[in-house]
Design a protein around this ligand. Structure first.
Ligand SMILES: Nc1ncnc2c1ncn2[C@@H]1O[C@H](COP(=O)(O)OP(=O)(O)OP(=O)(O)O)[C@@H](O)[C@H]1O
Ligand SMILES: [Mg+2]
Length: 315
């Protein structure tokens, strides 16, 4: 089967003076997929999608959205995409319903069309009861949910969500996740940027991990996690004066240890095949007191740590 490509970027770059915000990104995003851009603060996610949505011209390289060129067909592209920006953009003195209807009108929808649609969207996002209150009376989480709806009111073929759940409580986050999943079922292609590995793992069909403006890994969540082995990840802290290199050297002699990393000031992360069952051997080998021990399956964050030696978010 030939995969149809909805979005393609070719050696896309954006430099701000010396800052290489986006440094040669090549993407091929299949039509109908939910595609994740995962990366830490400053990785270049927002800059990338700003170029795709034609609000920022690239320094070099190009991109095509459903065959339209970002340099030549900006107007057309703006009609067929919906963007939920990282910074919330709302008219505080309008109600949620008015904010959404305004966007609908800008896209040329007629009243009967958008009235029904707006109600349906507000309902799915759990906002119908407050739909007629001024947005300035909304909580941050409610505002973000309205912002998500404004990106999709005109049923765009391509939707870009830039950190749609940043700052949301777990319950609202789930509402937004369900909404995005549901929206994808309608055949749209979705780009989602996040530095939340759980979100990237749960929602993406495929993703790229971006760091310093470059793609450092690419694949399905399962493929990416598979790359660093099937093991369990054991993470712990050691006291200030402990020499972590010595511990790592000892632990690496165990044949079931796949990799080790020292992160932050006091932490060590081990990837061990069947680590949970062999925890006692590990404890005996580490010798020093292990604090805050946690054992978990591989996550996308472990993939990032494996590639960069850093965490997605510094702790
Ligand atoms: N207008 C600008 N002028 C100068 N530098 C910029 C500008 N916009 C972005 N940058 C820089 O480009 C780099 C990438 O920024 P970008 O906002 O794309 O990152 P991000 O991956 O979206 O990060 P975050 O997760 O914090 O939103 C950063 O170093 C940032 O400081
Ligand atoms: Mg950003």
């Amino acid at each position: 089967m030939i995969m149809e490509i909805a979005i393609e970027t070719i050696n896309l770059k954006k430099y701000f003076g010396d800052i290489h915000a986006v440094d040669g990104i090549d993407l091929q995003i299949p039509k109908g997929s939910l595609y994740g851009l995962l990366g830490p603060n400053g990785a270049g996610k927002t800059t990338t999608i700003s170029m795709l949505s034609t609000i920022l011209p690239p320094t070099s390289g190009t991109a095509k959205i459903l065959g339209y060129d970002i340099h030549k067909d900006a107007k057309k592209i703006r009609q067929i995409i919906g963007v939920c920006p990282q910074e919330i953009v709302l008219y505080e003195r309008l109600t949620a319903r008015e904010n959404i209807n305004l966007i609908a009108k800008m896209h040329g929808m007629n009243k009967t069309e958008y009235n029904k649609k707006t109600d349906e969207l507000l309902d799915r996002m759990g906002l119908l009861e407050r739909a007629d209150s001024l947005v300035k009376t909304y909580s941050g989480g409610m505002k973000r949910r309205v912002n998500v709806l404004m990106a999709v009111i005109h049923d765009p073929e391509i939707v870009i969500f830039d950190e749609p759940t940043a700052g949301l409580d777990p319950q609202s986050r789930r509402v937004v996740w369900d909404f995005i999943r549901d929206f994808q079922k309608r055949e749209s292609t979705i780009i989602l940027t996040t530095h939340n590995m759980e979100e990237a793992d749960d929602l993406s069909d495929e993703l790229v991990i971006i760091d310093h403006g470059k793609i450092i890994a690419q694949g399905t969540p399962k493929e990416l996690k598979g790359r660093i082995g099937k093991g369990d990840v054991i993470e712990f802290k050691v006291k200030d004066k402990v020499n972590r290199e010595e511990i790592i050297e000892r632990v690496e002699k165990l044949d079931f240890i796949k990799w080790t990393k020292a992160v932050g000031k006091h932490r060590i992360i081990l990837n061990a095949l069947d680590g949970l069952r062999r925890i006692n051997e590990i404890l005996d080998t580490v010798e020093v007191k292990m604090l805050d021990i946690s054992i978990r399956n591989n996550t996308l964050e472990d993939v990032f740590i494996d590639l960069t030696g850093r965490r997605l978010r510094d702790v």
